[in-house]
Design a protein around this ligand. Structure first.
Ligand code: URA
Length: 235
């Protein structure tokens, strides 16, 4: 049981003051329609706010089909992925954060969670969650990319630690599918720049064994299922 005011503030419905004001005006009821007070001790699933069930409490993990043009920052600049979610997602405590950022101009699968342990587990090298990207290139592939990307010796500009071996599957002369086992800054774009090419389009299509579910249109999101979460770790 938790105090209603604290619960609503943690879920991002407003500051403590704002939710207190709304509760006073009768915005929160139990399932029978009885008005609650800020100090009511409640179970989250027993509360309706403005007539609707509350968002799930932590841990909450969502899967988003990110369009190009959105950043993974929490800045209120108007072009962050939080624009695609209810505003309260940005105001939750703990915050729902991106797991492994995508560039502004990269589209595709993005996991967001308020579960710090899960976040850590997905990005930890030991979990070896492969991330697969579809790439459209400016120039034709030369045929040398596979050997270089898979060598385990490839160096990116201004870095001293070689990249882990990455796999590339050629789709046609300017299209490829690349699998990474780490997540360095602009990694795919920099890998192709290092072999004299240029990435025109980049889309993440899967993480581990989880492909981007086709029921989520670009710009949409939903809660991830337990089964999908397990697939990220290859199950
Ligand atoms: N590699 C990139 O260059 N950009 C991304 O967004 C993801 C991987």
């Amino acid at each position: 049981m938790i105090k209603l005011g604290k619960l609503l503030a943690n879920l991002g419905y407003g500051s403590r003051k704002e939710v207190a004001r709304m509760i006073k005006r009768g915005a929160a009821t139990d399932l029978e329609g009885n008005e609650l007070t800020e100090k009511s001790l409640v179970e989250p699933e027993g509360v309706l706010f403005l007539g609707e069930e509350l968002d799930p409490v932590a841990p909450l993990t969502i899967i988003l089909n990110k369009p190009c043009g959105y950043t993974c920052t929490t800045d209120d600049t108007g072009d962050s992925v939080y624009e695609l979610l209810p505003y309260r997602m940005l105001k939750r405590n703990p915050i729902v954060a991106c797991v492994g950022r995508l560039d502004k101009d990269t589209s595709g699968m993005l996991i967001m969670t308020d579960d710090g342990k899960l976040q850590h587990k997905i990005i930890h090298p030991k979990s070896n969650v492969g991330k697969v990207y579809d790439v459209l290139l400016d120039r034709p592939l030369t045929g040398k990319e596979a050997e270089i990307f898979e060598s385990g010796e490839m160096l990116l500009k201004d870095e001293i630690k070689p990249l882990k071996p990455a796999q590339i599957e050629v789709i046609d002369e300017k299209r490829a599918r690349v699998t990474l086992h780490e997540g360095r800054y602009h990694q795919v774009r920099r890998m192709f720049a290092a072999v004299g090419n240029h990435v025109l389009e980049l889309k993440r299509i899967s993480m581990g064994n989880l492909a981007m579910p086709d029921d989520i249109e670009e710009g949409d999101w939903r809660m991830i299922s337990d089964e999908e979460l397990a697939q990220i770790f290859g199950k």
